[in-house]
Design a protein around this ligand. Structure first.
Ligand SMILES: [Zn+2]
Length: 44
């Protein structure tokens, strides 16, 4: 079994601002390809 995938079937990303890994969230389901930050705070 590959270990890279998460339980959601999406690989974690690294926040471009704080550098921390974050996992797929349901609220990003439609826009995951464009998500670069872990939170609204980092995004702002
Ligand atoms: Zn962040």
């Amino acid at each position: 079994m590959p270990a890279a995938k998460t339980k959601n079937g999406f690989e974690p990303k690294i926040c471009e601002r704080c550098g921390l890994p974050f996992e797929w969230r349901k609220k990003w389901a439609r826009d995951w390809a464009n998500v670069k930050y872990c939170s609204q705070k980092c995004r702002g």
